[in-house]
Design a protein. Structure first.
Length: 205
Protein backbone atom coordinates (compact mmCIF):
# COMPACT_ATOMS: atom_id res chain seq x y z
CA UNK A 1 0.00 0.00 0.00
CA UNK A 2 1.54 3.35 -1.05
CA UNK A 3 1.56 6.60 0.93
CA UNK A 4 -1.20 8.17 -1.18
CA UNK A 5 -3.55 5.25 -0.49
CA UNK A 6 -2.81 5.49 3.24
CA UNK A 7 -3.62 9.19 3.24
CA UNK A 8 -6.88 8.57 1.37
CA UNK A 9 -7.90 5.84 3.82
CA UNK A 10 -7.13 8.08 6.80
CA UNK A 11 -9.22 10.86 5.27
CA UNK A 12 -12.17 8.48 4.79
CA UNK A 13 -11.97 7.47 8.46
CA UNK A 14 -11.91 11.12 9.53
CA UNK A 15 -14.98 11.88 7.41
CA UNK A 16 -16.84 8.99 9.04
CA UNK A 17 -15.93 10.21 12.53
CA UNK A 18 -16.85 13.81 11.68
CA UNK A 19 -20.47 12.99 10.83
CA UNK A 20 -22.64 15.89 11.93
CA UNK A 21 -19.84 18.45 11.78
CA UNK A 22 -20.70 19.61 8.28
CA UNK A 23 -23.58 19.68 5.80
CA UNK A 24 -23.13 19.36 2.05
CA UNK A 25 -24.85 22.13 0.11
CA UNK A 26 -25.26 22.49 -3.66
CA UNK A 27 -21.96 24.22 -4.34
CA UNK A 28 -20.25 24.35 -0.93
CA UNK A 29 -19.98 22.80 2.53
CA UNK A 30 -21.46 24.23 5.72
CA UNK A 31 -19.25 23.54 8.74
CA UNK A 32 -20.90 23.34 12.15
CA UNK A 33 -18.84 24.65 15.08
CA UNK A 34 -18.90 23.24 18.59
CA UNK A 35 -21.30 26.02 19.69
CA UNK A 36 -23.74 25.34 16.84
CA UNK A 37 -22.74 28.29 14.65
CA UNK A 38 -21.79 27.64 11.05
CA UNK A 39 -19.61 28.86 8.19
CA UNK A 40 -19.18 28.00 4.52
CA UNK A 41 -16.21 26.69 2.52
CA UNK A 42 -15.67 25.44 -1.03
CA UNK A 43 -15.89 21.71 -1.69
CA UNK A 44 -12.25 21.69 -2.78
CA UNK A 45 -11.39 22.39 0.87
CA UNK A 46 -13.61 19.57 2.13
CA UNK A 47 -10.75 17.90 4.00
CA UNK A 48 -10.80 20.81 6.49
CA UNK A 49 -14.39 19.97 7.42
CA UNK A 50 -13.35 16.79 9.22
CA UNK A 51 -11.79 18.71 12.10
CA UNK A 52 -13.58 20.05 15.16
CA UNK A 53 -13.77 23.85 14.90
CA UNK A 54 -14.55 26.46 17.55
CA UNK A 55 -15.87 29.94 16.93
CA UNK A 56 -13.65 32.70 18.34
CA UNK A 57 -14.74 36.33 17.90
CA UNK A 58 -16.73 35.26 14.86
CA UNK A 59 -13.83 33.33 13.29
CA UNK A 60 -13.51 29.55 13.04
CA UNK A 61 -10.36 28.21 14.68
CA UNK A 62 -8.82 25.10 16.19
CA UNK A 63 -5.83 24.50 18.42
CA UNK A 64 -2.57 23.28 16.94
CA UNK A 65 0.52 21.79 18.56
CA UNK A 66 2.70 23.82 16.19
CA UNK A 67 3.17 27.58 16.03
CA UNK A 68 2.04 29.47 12.97
CA UNK A 69 3.66 32.75 11.82
CA UNK A 70 0.31 34.59 11.94
CA UNK A 71 -0.92 33.01 15.18
CA UNK A 72 1.48 32.97 18.14
CA UNK A 73 -1.19 31.48 20.44
CA UNK A 74 -1.17 28.22 18.40
CA UNK A 75 -4.69 28.77 17.06
CA UNK A 76 -5.19 27.87 13.39
CA UNK A 77 -7.83 30.02 11.72
CA UNK A 78 -9.88 28.43 8.97
CA UNK A 79 -9.98 31.54 6.76
CA UNK A 80 -6.20 31.90 6.88
CA UNK A 81 -5.59 28.24 6.06
CA UNK A 82 -7.85 28.53 3.03
CA UNK A 83 -6.17 31.73 1.82
CA UNK A 84 -2.80 29.97 2.08
CA UNK A 85 -4.12 27.25 -0.21
CA UNK A 86 -5.39 29.89 -2.61
CA UNK A 87 -2.00 31.65 -2.64
CA UNK A 88 -0.02 28.43 -2.73
CA UNK A 89 2.17 29.48 0.19
CA UNK A 90 2.11 30.08 3.93
CA UNK A 91 1.18 33.53 5.22
CA UNK A 92 4.06 35.63 6.51
CA UNK A 93 4.16 37.65 9.68
CA UNK A 94 2.28 40.91 9.12
CA UNK A 95 -0.01 39.43 6.44
CA UNK A 96 -3.73 39.19 7.13
CA UNK A 97 -6.75 37.47 5.59
CA UNK A 98 -9.50 39.87 4.59
CA UNK A 99 -13.17 38.88 4.08
CA UNK A 100 -14.23 40.92 1.07
CA UNK A 101 -17.95 40.92 1.92
CA UNK A 102 -17.27 41.50 5.66
CA UNK A 103 -18.97 38.18 6.50
CA UNK A 104 -16.69 36.08 8.75
CA UNK A 105 -18.77 32.98 8.04
CA UNK A 106 -18.12 33.16 4.29
CA UNK A 107 -14.77 31.37 3.97
CA UNK A 108 -15.03 30.50 0.31
CA UNK A 109 -11.88 31.23 -1.68
CA UNK A 110 -13.44 33.95 -3.83
CA UNK A 111 -14.28 35.92 -0.67
CA UNK A 112 -10.78 35.86 0.83
CA UNK A 113 -7.87 38.11 -0.12
CA UNK A 114 -4.45 39.06 1.21
CA UNK A 115 -4.16 42.33 3.14
CA UNK A 116 -1.96 44.23 5.54
CA UNK A 117 -3.10 45.05 9.08
CA UNK A 118 -4.15 48.55 8.07
CA UNK A 119 -6.02 47.34 4.97
CA UNK A 120 -7.82 44.73 7.06
CA UNK A 121 -8.85 47.43 9.56
CA UNK A 122 -10.09 49.66 6.74
CA UNK A 123 -12.43 46.92 5.50
CA UNK A 124 -14.10 46.53 8.89
CA UNK A 125 -17.31 47.87 10.29
CA UNK A 126 -15.41 49.88 12.86
CA UNK A 127 -16.67 50.31 16.37
CA UNK A 128 -20.02 48.87 17.41
CA UNK A 129 -22.96 50.96 16.27
CA UNK A 130 -24.93 52.83 18.91
CA UNK A 131 -28.11 54.88 18.99
CA UNK A 132 -25.99 57.99 18.42
CA UNK A 133 -23.76 56.49 15.72
CA UNK A 134 -25.42 54.36 13.07
CA UNK A 135 -22.83 54.68 10.30
CA UNK A 136 -19.11 54.16 9.96
CA UNK A 137 -17.09 57.36 9.94
CA UNK A 138 -19.94 59.54 11.19
CA UNK A 139 -20.08 61.09 14.66
CA UNK A 140 -22.55 63.43 16.27
CA UNK A 141 -21.54 66.99 17.11
CA UNK A 142 -23.79 69.35 19.06
CA UNK A 143 -26.36 70.01 16.33
CA UNK A 144 -24.59 68.56 13.30
CA UNK A 145 -22.68 65.48 12.13
CA UNK A 146 -18.99 65.10 11.40
CA UNK A 147 -17.34 62.79 8.86
CA UNK A 148 -13.92 61.40 9.70
CA UNK A 149 -11.75 59.02 7.69
CA UNK A 150 -8.31 57.77 8.65
CA UNK A 151 -5.85 57.58 5.78
CA UNK A 152 -2.17 58.58 5.96
CA UNK A 153 -3.59 61.52 7.89
CA UNK A 154 -7.03 62.03 9.37
CA UNK A 155 -9.56 63.60 7.00
CA UNK A 156 -12.42 65.42 8.72
CA UNK A 157 -15.44 67.31 7.37
CA UNK A 158 -18.00 69.02 9.60
CA UNK A 159 -21.34 70.75 9.34
CA UNK A 160 -23.61 68.00 7.99
CA UNK A 161 -27.19 68.46 9.16
CA UNK A 162 -28.35 65.04 7.93
CA UNK A 163 -26.78 61.80 9.22
CA UNK A 164 -27.45 59.87 5.99
CA UNK A 165 -25.91 62.68 3.92
CA UNK A 166 -22.81 62.50 6.12
CA UNK A 167 -22.64 58.71 5.76
CA UNK A 168 -22.78 58.97 1.97
CA UNK A 169 -20.02 61.56 2.02
CA UNK A 170 -17.93 59.12 4.07
CA UNK A 171 -18.52 56.49 1.37
CA UNK A 172 -17.19 58.90 -1.28
CA UNK A 173 -14.03 59.53 0.73
CA UNK A 174 -13.58 55.85 1.55
CA UNK A 175 -13.90 54.86 -2.12
CA UNK A 176 -11.39 57.55 -3.09
CA UNK A 177 -8.73 56.86 -0.46
CA UNK A 178 -9.25 53.24 0.61
CA UNK A 179 -9.79 51.76 -2.84
CA UNK A 180 -10.82 48.09 -2.95
CA UNK A 181 -10.64 47.78 0.85
CA UNK A 182 -13.22 50.50 1.47
CA UNK A 183 -16.05 49.68 3.85
CA UNK A 184 -19.17 51.43 2.54
CA UNK A 185 -22.27 52.37 4.48
CA UNK A 186 -24.36 52.13 1.30
CA UNK A 187 -22.67 49.50 -0.93
CA UNK A 188 -25.79 49.32 -3.10
CA UNK A 189 -24.91 52.81 -4.43
CA UNK A 190 -21.56 51.59 -5.77
CA UNK A 191 -20.16 49.09 -8.26
CA UNK A 192 -16.73 47.49 -8.07
CA UNK A 193 -14.52 48.07 -11.11
CA UNK A 194 -12.45 44.89 -11.55
CA UNK A 195 -10.00 46.57 -13.94
CA UNK A 196 -9.31 49.55 -11.67
CA UNK A 197 -9.75 47.49 -8.48
CA UNK A 198 -11.80 50.20 -6.83
CA UNK A 199 -15.42 51.26 -6.26
CA UNK A 200 -17.22 53.59 -8.64
CA UNK A 201 -20.44 55.46 -7.95
CA UNK A 202 -23.44 53.79 -9.52
CA UNK A 203 -25.51 56.40 -11.30
CA UNK A 204 -29.19 55.67 -11.60
CA UNK A 205 -31.47 57.33 -14.17
Amino acid sequence: MNIIQVQQDLLKIRFQRSEGRFIERNDCLEIIASNGSSCFIDKEDADLAVYSWNQTNGYFARHSSRKHPTSPNRSLYLHSLILERKLGRQLKEGEYTDHIDWDKSNNRRINLRLSSKSENAINSQGQKRTRTQRFKGVTRAINTYRVQLNYSTSISECGFTDEVEAAKRYDELAAQYHGKYAFLNFPEDWVFDLELQRYKKQFRP
